[in-house]
Design a protein around this ligand. Structure first.
Ligand SMILES: NC(=O)c1ccc[n+]([C@@H]2O[C@H](COP(=O)([O-])OP(=O)(O)OC[C@H]3O[C@@H](n4cnc5c(N)ncnc54)[C@H](O)[C@@H]3O)[C@@H](O)[C@H]2O)c1
Length: 264
């Protein structure tokens, strides 16, 4: 028996990266999966998920579009029969020092990352209530827990997602719906690749990798494994949490003092 046997999950951003890895891990553990994304999946993870899941469904929709999200959630629910789990993984990077930031860029980032999580939740929560409970997992970021130079719109959006998770946990706890935020460190996905393609970022890449106490970037499946736990009944007493999956990025700082003290 898989850890998600009998459960049905809607996953946004399912065409790529962390969302696609969640779809694959969930399907491997017996869940039916519905994907929602702005574009068709090209990544192997969603295709593998669709192959393995007892039922699967994929819809093209923009998480910023209330009506389109409503239709996609209704279609997903109809295709899978019910909904128990929602993963909000659709997201975009972007930002800049505020006096240099175009308001349209602010809107793009905040609308996808924060308003999108709200709109998907708004349409999916009634299905979870009808199912008698469930689990909502918002993919926030370590940048929703602390600042990052030039982060502005992205960090504000992810900080908002963390608080959205906590507030939803309060509102729906008595109804059996658990709501948590996952806060990944830097994970090797196409979004991550885009950040390091920016001029000058290649040189900074090694310093950011070193800021993770495990000394490396993460993989999408390492985030999906935490989402899998939160989606499962194993997490039955976990709600309102913002959980880093960051290789120690938010643990604190490392300057070499421990080596001076004899750490080999
Ligand atoms: N990769 C990282 O280092 C990292 C770190 C922390 C948090 N995150 C978060 O994880 C989530 C997934 O990111 P990823 O790294 O897998 O990126 P990704 O680019 O591989 O996947 C994101 C997916 O979201 C989809 N998407 C974007 N805008 C959309 C919209 N308006 N409507 C519907 N779908 C849309 C994209 O098409 C894409 O398939 C994002 O919320 C991101 O902010 C990523």
């Amino acid at each position: 028996m898989g850890r998600l046997a009998g459960k049905a999950a809607l996953i946004t951003g399912a065409a790529s990266g962390i969302g696609a890895a969640c779809a694959r891990r969930f399907a491997e553990e017996g869940a039916a999966v519905a994907g929602l994304d702005l574009r068709e999946p090209s990544a192997g993870d969603w295709l593998e998920a669709a192959k393995r899941a007892p039922r699967s469904h994929f819809a093209l929709a923009d998480v910023r579009d209330d009506a389109a999200v409503g239709r996609a959630v209704a279609d997903a629910r109809a295709a899978l029969g019910h909904l128990d789990v929602v993963v909000n993984a659709a997201g975009v990077a972007g930002g800049g020092p505020v006096h240099l930031l175009d308001p349209a860029e602010w809107d793009r980032v905040v609308d996808v990352n924060l308003k999108g999580a709200f709109l998907v939740s708004r349409h999916a929560i009634p299905a979870l209530l009808e199912a008698g409970g469930g689990s909502v997992i918002h993919v926030a970021s370590v940048e929703g827990l602390e600042g990052f130079e030039g982060g502005s719109a992205y960090n504000a959006s992810k900080g908002g997602v963390v608080l959205l998770a906590r507030n939803m946990a309060i509102d729906y706890g008595r109804k059996g719906v658990r709501v948590n935020a996952i806060c990944p460190g830097f994970i090797e996905t196409p979004l991550f690749g885009g950040v390091f393609e920016q001029p000058g970022m290649e040189a900074i890449r090694a310093r950011i990798a070193a800021a993770h106490q495990l000394g490396r970037f993460g993989q999408p499946v390492e985030v999906a494994n935490l989402a899998l736990f939160l989606a499962s009944d194993e997490a039955s007493f976990v709600t309102g949490a913002a959980i880093p999956v960051d290789g120690g990025y938010t643990a604190g700082h490392r300057f070499g003092v421990a080596e001076l003290m004899g750490l080999g």
